[in-house]
Design a protein around this ligand. Structure first.
Ligand SMILES: C[S@@+](CC[C@H](N)C(=O)[O-])C[C@H]1O[C@@H](n2cnc3c(N)ncnc32)[C@H](O)[C@@H]1O
Length: 212
């Protein structure tokens, strides 16, 4: 069973019946700062994009973006926000209902994958599978941008802690990863004080990249 019960899709569908606590009306400021430190290469994949604020921000900055989420109403909300933007920006962004644990099914490779609050939802086995999928989804030299909780809360249905030790172990050089940046930040929500967070920018070494 996942951290969010035996039917995580039903759990997240229910959360999106109201405005989810992580929707702050803009990208997480620490994720925006991380992207400013390491400008991403297009196309960018936003995993677990929710209602699209980060994907839309990146499209406004000139990136070509695909946002995916498994909650259909979240994707519908993202598409509706995109349609209100100037046509040249809206043309650069696409949203799709898809499973972020099965990135290879997209049959595409990306210059960057942005993860604002997705990895920290996953248990250990899912995290391992996800990192293997990231390796397939990234182009040679492509970069993975992570912003995740760095603290454990003793309550159900809350993300777990992703700390620097875990990042170093999961994204080792022996497995084809180069950690470009790894530091502490904060995660904002509408319902609680800022939560300590881990921020990371990690490159997929070209020599390890698999073609499609
Ligand atoms: C904490 S929210 C973050 C949303 C958004 N990235 C943000 O920063 O506001 C996590 C998102 O991941 C989505 N999600 C969870 N599991 C997923 C999966 N297996 N495939 C795709 N999306 C998933 C949820 O529906 C939710 O929108």
């Amino acid at each position: 069973m996942s951290r969010f019960g035996d039917d995580p899709l039903a759990f997240f569908n229910a959360v999106y019946r109201e405005l989810p606590p992580w929707e702050i009306g803009e990208p997480q400021p620490d994720m925006a700062a991380l992207l400013a430190r390491h400008p991403p290469a297009s196309p960018v994949l936003d995993v677990g994009c929710g209602s699209g604020d980060l994907a839309l921000f990146l499209a406004q900055q000139g990136c070509q973006v695909l946002g995916i989420d498994f909650v259909a109403p979240a994707i519908a909300a993202a598409q509706s926000k995109a349609s209100a933007l100037p046509a040249d920006v809206a043309r650069r962004v696409d949203f799709q209902v898809a499973d972020a644990l099965a990135l290879s099914r997209l049959e595409r490779q990306f210059g960057a994958v942005v993860d604002s609050g997705f990895l920290h939802l996953l248990d250990s086995e899912q995290s391992e599978r996800y990192v293997a999928e990231l390796a397939v989804a990234l182009r040679p030299g492509g970069r993975y941008y992570l912003h995740a909780f760095a603290v454990e809360f003793p309550v159900p249905n809350v993300p777990r802690s992703v700390d620097a030790n875990e990042i170093q172990a999961r994204f080792s050089a022996a497995n084809g990863w180069r950690i470009l940046d790894l530091y502490a930040g904060t995660f904002l929500s509408r319902v609680a004080p800022p939560v300590p967070a881990t921020c990371a920018c990690i490159e997929r070494m070209a020599a390890f990249t698999q073609g499609l």
